[in-house]
Design a protein around this ligand. Structure first.
Ligand code: ZN
Length: 559
């Protein structure tokens, strides 16, 4: 899963307790974890999954040999070679542009802090900011060498035309840098709030208002990871897709992420305090907007390099003469964060859950279809994308330049960090209410004794934080599906702990507890949903009232 602000995050907390809690999953017999419900519903068929074969794939993809699978790295190439072997042995058709591969070209950007600086200027008095301690540059945008600009606090910095909501109205923003919090007031529906917080949409409105840069103060109530970890790998390169067509933040000269504990200095003399604002943000209340007293002075030196990587695309052809020209797409990102700052002597960010786990589901489902020889009416497309951790870049490239006929992809299911760390009682389905796919996944899950729920934490913006979002933006109805928890349940604390301690840290590795039965049941649901989508007479449609319907092709029966 993509961190919204940074590419690379590190633990600096002591993880002695983690080691003490960790149990190798191999110590749990998958058979002994099968419940009678599993047996009644699915274990009798040859497509039932029990988690064992899934875990075997995870073990390969998340091994130290793969060096954390950073985009463009030898480790990711090795993981891709392994995946290609599996695709070949399953007899899948290569549908990349070069066999299974679809090359994707990136520019990598690395901040050179020795030659960079940030300062606040109060009436001519320069107050240097500590890079790392106070704030960090984001190289997601093409930083200008220097920026000197007044600051304006713009609340959430959101412009949502559908609701007549405009945090920029009434502010003079010409040639200014805005200071904002991520998030949105509680009354704004989740899909709208997520969409307008995406980098491109946000920048469109800010640029129109004359803004030249953005300082984001992280919301302490919605940070997946503490600032110390955010700061530790800030010199790790970010990446951008090469080509002007992909530059969503053209004209953004400055992007800075501010440590919330140090952000009071931005508000000195404004008549407002950080504390007051953070209390409002925490409760997702509307925010005031006002000019700030200090100006920002920034110098940024960035090392740029060209990096090559690739998506992998494979097809299992359908059997219906007409419907085989349509695809049900199962996607997962294969890339992760690579090698970085060591934590307890471990430098390899294995990304076992993020997202060897999702890639392994694809391989396992592929192997199962091969074994069952079940022929479906529509074709299935399996896409292993690169560059997700760099900002959903591989999927953006693939959906902009698909290697199958445009309009032929009828549905996308994306799997990213589905977290089978507790028994599977409830599935969290992102996009549940948006299309016909919601009802289908509900039926399939319920037939296996699993309930579904919409995103319980819409403020985390998960629906736009993984690859399904690029399919959605190209009109393809999509879902992202994860093992879920009920609000207020003990499981909720487990998920919270997982994010705090393992997310984007070297301890997201093979030495962590996983629930094989949960992974198996999850795969049963994905497998069942793909069969329904592939064999259903009609294509799934966006709901009439779905915000995302705007991206769907206009003509019914569009092909
Ligand atoms: Zn991630």
């Amino acid at each position: 899963m993509k961190n919204p602000f940074l590419l690379f995050i590190v633990i600096v907390i002591a993880s002695f307790t983690l080691v003490a809690q960790a149990q190798p999953p191999s110590s749990v017999s998958p058979e002994s974890k099968k419940t009678s419900a599993d047996k009644n519903s699915s274990a009798a068929t040859d497509t039932a999954f029990n988690g064992t074969s899934w875990w075997n794939y995870v073990k390969v993809l998340a091994s130290d040999d793969m060096e954390g699978r950073e985009t463009g790295s030898a480790g990711l190439r090795k993981a891709q070679e392994y995946v290609v072997e599996q695709l070949k042995s399953a007899g899948l058709e290569p549908v990349g542009s070069r066999s299974y591969y679809q090359p994707v070209r990136f520019e990598s950007r690395q901040i050179v802090e020795q030659q960079s600086s940030l300062a606040l200027v109060h009436n001519g008095q320069v107050e240097p900011l500590a890079l790392g301690g106070d704030a960090i540059f984001s190289t997601r945008v093409d930083l200008a060498p220097s920026v000197d600009a007044p600051l304006v606090f713009a609340g959430y910095g959101l412009t949502i035309p559908e609701l007549g909501h405009d945090d920029l109205s009434g502010l003079d923003l010409r040639d200014k840098v805005v200071v904002i919090f991520p998030g949105a007031p509680a009354e704004i529906p989740g899909a709208l709030a997520s969409h307008y917080q995406s980098a491109g949409e946000r920048w469109k409105a800010l640029r129109k208002a004359g803004v030249v840069g953005v300082i984001t103060i992280l919301n302490p109530a919605a940070m997946d990871i503490p600032w110390s970890r955010i700061s530790a790998n800030r010199a790790h390169p970010s990446m951008a897709l090469r080509g002007a067509e992909f530059d969503e933040t053209a004209g953004e000269k400055l992007a800075v992420v501010f440590n919330p504990e140090k952000a009071q200095k931005l508000f000195e003399g404004s008549g407002h305090s950080l504390q007051e604002l953070i209390a409002l943000v925490k409760d997702r209340k509307p925010l005031p907007r006002f000019p700030l007293v200090p100006t920002i002075r920034a110098k940024a030196s960035v090392n740029k390099k060209m990096v090559d990587s690739a998506n992998l695309v494979a097809e299992l052809p359908g059997s219906d003469p007409k419907l085989k020209n349509e695809y049900v797409v199962l996607s997962a990102h294969l890339d992760h964060l690579g090698i970085g700052e060591p934590i307890n002597g471990d430098r390899i960010y294995n990304g076992a859950m993020d997202n060897a786990s999702g890639s392994a589901v694809l391989l396992d489902v592929i192997a199962s279809f091969k074994k069952s020889r079940q022929r479906l009416k529509r074709s299935l497309l399996f896409v292993f994308v690169t560059g997700e951790e760099k900002g959903l870049l591989g999927s953006r490239y693939f959906t902009t330049h698909p290697t199958v006929k445009p309009g032929s992809m009828i549905a996308n299911i994306n799997i990213d960090m589905f977290l089978p760390i507790v028994p599977l009682k409830v599935l969290t389905v992102y996009g549940l209410a948006e299309s016909d796919m919601g009802g289908m996944v509900r039926d399939v899950a319920q037939s296996l004794g699993v309930q579904v729920q919409p995103d319980p934490e819409p403020q985390r913006n998960s629906f736009i934080r993984s690859d399904q979002y690029n399919f959605i933006r190209h009109g393809v109805p999509a879902l992202a599906i994860k093992v879920g928890f009920e609000q207020g349940s003990p499981q909720q604390a487990l998920f919270k702990d997982w994010l705090t301690q393992r997310y984007h840290a070297p301890s997201d590795d093979l030495d962590q507890p996983v629930d094989l039965a949960a992974a198996g049941k999850y795969e049963d649901i994905i497998h069942g949903l793909m069969i329904r989508l592939a064999d259903n007479a009609g294509r799934p449609q966006w709901k009439q009232d779905s915000f995302f319907r705007r991206y769907a092709p206009m003509a019914p029966g569009f092909n």
